[in-house]
Each structure stands twice: as structure tokens, then as C-alpha cells.
Design a protein around this ligand. Structure first.
Ligand code: ADP
Length: 269
């Protein structure tokens, strides 16, 4: 299905993830107790990577759904499809995860349609059931099933926040951009760029983030810093890579762009 990915990896090949604090312990404890987890934080700060890492570490299958404003409950639960003249029921990713005791990760859950939250409620209390209206089934979640959702509280859209009745069903972990030393390790590991140039990029990222709320809606993400470092490591000039990966993605306003480029000059001389 659109926007859904599945993966099953062993702990040995768990994707690289550098912990910010004790989030791995919290996730493990939630998993051991069948509790749902909500990851809050800006885009590109490692939430998705964290979930893939934890799923692999725990040896669990992971269904990831990138939520969007057209995503309805049926996309998660499943639907009847015509196959060779017959109508057959096909489970959606949430139903598969519930049956298999896997992890289902709903990335940017507030983007989804309202009917999705209704489905999540009986799954996130102690009943742990998924009612499937279309088939009349009431599925009890298999042991090990875990619901994980993420959202970005920074978006200034009042219509797109989670209602207290929904958010109070989850254990919550807050994510933010990593501290400079940690971010430098992440960027170096992901891009292969040398430590000095990585440090300068991370310093620039800190300065760009300080502009959030004044000229910029969102600070530059770790993802973009990794992109810039990757381009430089591949041989692109520092100026070109920064323009492409750390300036253009942040703004369309020419004046703001010029201001950002002045910052780049101040950091890189
Ligand atoms: P989010 O889901 O928060 O939008 P991602 O998990 O996709 O962000 O992170 C974007 C990229 O940033 C990752 O692909 C990875 O390269 C890098 N990254 C950010 N934080 C970390 C971290 N703590 N450990 C490893 N990689 C990280």
C-alpha cells in the first residue's frame, strides 16, 4: 500500500542510531508492557530511525505508515478488493501488525483523517482490540504488538494537534535536534565526512536553528545536515552543498535566503 514499508532485521544489522538520552530504555519498557508510544519532535531529528533501530534490536517486524491527509482508517485496517473476479479481504498494515504481534509506526499521525484516531482508541487502552467493522471481526492484539506514533508539535496548525483524549493514551518521548557533539557524531557516521568540516556544518545548523520563529518556520533538520555533509564528502564544494541542502530547503524568500547566506559566510569565512 502507498506509503507503507515493512522490514524485519536482526539486532546485529540494526540501523545506526545514537541515543539522545534514555529513550531506548523507555521504548523497551513500553514494549515489554504492551504500552503505546508517542514520539514528539521536529522533522528530521531521528524519530523514524529510532523506531527502525528499536524494532531491529527487539527482533520485531515493523510496519511503517507515512500518514497524509487522505489516509483513512480503511487504509490501516484493510478493505475488500476484487481479485480475479472474486472479492477478497486484504488486511491493512495495522491489522497485520495486530495479528502478528509486530510494531506499527504511524509517522505524522495528526496528518491522517479523523476516523483514524477512533480506530486507535480501543487499541491503546487495556482492551488492546481492533474492531474490523467490515468483516465483523474483533481482533485481540497478539502479544508483542506495539503501536508507535509520531507528530511534530511545532506546526502552527491548530486543526492538526492531537486531542488530549488521544494523546493521554500514549507514553510520550520528546525528541529534539541532538546536542552539537552528538549531532556531529551522527553526521560523521552517516556521511563519512571528516570531523572538522562536520563540526563547522553542525555549528552552522545551530545558528540557523536560532532563527526559528523569526525568519524561519522550522530549524534545519539533522537530515539536511547529513545531506550537506554527504554532498561535500562526494566532492561538491562546501558553498554549493550548503546552498542546496541547508539554505534552499528552508525558505523561498530571497531576502531571508540572503540573510542565511551571510550566516554561512560568518561560519565558513
Ligand atoms: P524524523 O523521523 O524525526 O523525521 P529521521 O529518523 O528520518 O527523522 O532522521 C533523519 C536522518 O537523520 C536519518 O536518516 C539519519 O541519517 C539522521 N539521524 C538523526 N538523528 C539520528 C540519531 N540519533 N542517530 C542516527 N541517525 C540520526
Amino acid at each position: 500500500m502507498d506509503g507503507t514499508t515493512t522490514n524485519l532485521q536482526g539486532a546485529a544489522d540494526a540501523p545506526f542510531y545514537l541515543a539522545h538520552a534514555d529513550e531506548c530504555d523507555v521504548f523497551e519498557a513500553a514494549n515489554a508492557n504492551g504500552l503505546p508510544v508517542l514520539l514528539k519532535g521536529p522533522t528530521g531529528c531521528g524519530k523514524t530511525r529510532f523506531v527502525s533501530h528499536m524494532a531491529a534490536r527487539l527482533g520485531k517486524k515493523l510496519y511503517t505508515v507515512a500518514c497524509h491527509d487522505d489516509l483513512a482508517a480503511a487504509d490501516l485496517i484493510g478493505r475488500y478488493l476484487l481479485k480475479g473476479g472474486e472479492t477478497v479481504w486484504v488486511d491493512g498494515p495495522l491489522t497485520r501488525a495486530v495479528r502478528e504481534g509486530a510494531i506499527c509506526y504511524l509517522d505524522e499521525v495528526v496528518e491522517a483523517r479523523k476516523d483514524v484516531t477512533v480506530v486507535l482508541h480501543p487499541l491503546t487502552d487495556d482492551r488492546r482490540i481492533l474492531p474490523i467493522d467490515r468483516t465483523g471481526e474483533e481482533l485481540e492484539a497478539a502479544p508483542g504488538f506495539m503501536l508507535v506514533a509520531s507528530y511534530n508539535p511545532g506546526y502552527q496548525n491548530i486543526l492538526k494537534t492531537l486531542k488530549p483524549s488521544t494523546r493521554q493514551r500514549f507514553i510520550s518521548v520528546e525528541f529534539d535536534f541532538p546536542k552539537p557533539e552528538l549531532e556531529a557524531r551522527v553526521v560523521a557516521q552517516e556521511s563519512g565526512l571528516d570531523a572538522d568540516r562536520v563540526k563547522a556544518l553542525v555549528r552552522l545548523a545551530g545558528k540557523l536553528r536560532a532563527l526559528k520563529g523569526q525568519d524561519l518556520e522550522e530549524g534545519v533538520s539533522t537530515r539536511l545536515v547529513v545531506y550537506a555533509a554527504t554532498l561535500i564528502a562526494q566532492g561538491m564544494s562546501v558553498e554549493r552543498a550548503i546552498l542546496a541542502a541547508m539554505v534552499e530547503p528552508l525558505t523561498d524568500d530571497e531576502d531571508v535566503k540572503r540573510g542565511l547566506l551571510d550566516l554561512v559566510t560568518a561560519v565558513f569565512g
